[in-house]
Design a protein around this ligand. Sequence first.
Ligand code: PNS
Length: 162
Amino acid sequence: MRIAIYPGSFDPVTKGHLDIIERAAGLFDKLIVVVLTNPAKTPVFSVEERVSYIRRIVEKLDNVETDCFDGLLADYVKLKGAGAIVKGLRAMSDFEYEFQMALTNKQLNPEMETLFLITSAEYMYLSSSIVRQLASFGADISRFIPDEIRDIIVERLRKAGK
Ligand code: PNS
């Protein structure tokens, strides 16, 4: 069975992430979307919230699972017996950071590959932080957040005053 891991902060998951999930799910027997800690970020949503939002939007995809892990991605990949990490690439600005992470992960676990899917053009400039910022100013975020979770995210960000 070919298993791939799609890791990220997903704070919150966006339509851009969902696009990568759907495309990656078509390439592997199983895709595990995993919420990990990015030490450079302070998330607004709890791990449980982020996992529950992802679960809701991947319900219709039979070969996609959602999980969380507090540790190194390379260890998680080993734990799950996966052969690949999938990442989405937007602008060139993503590249250097992703390149560094891919090479580091390869050092930690030489048996796995990192595969990059180029973002669909409509999501090129989309990010979770932009979504949080738009919502904080009361802007309509329906273009960026999957319908199933839009209302709960708007409400949650309003409460957080974010
Ligand atoms: O969505 P993000 O914040 O760009 O995702 C980054 C993430 C969470 C995948 C990355 O920070 C990560 O892999 N964190 C787990 C800890 C780890 O393995 N760090 C070493 C990466 S080289």
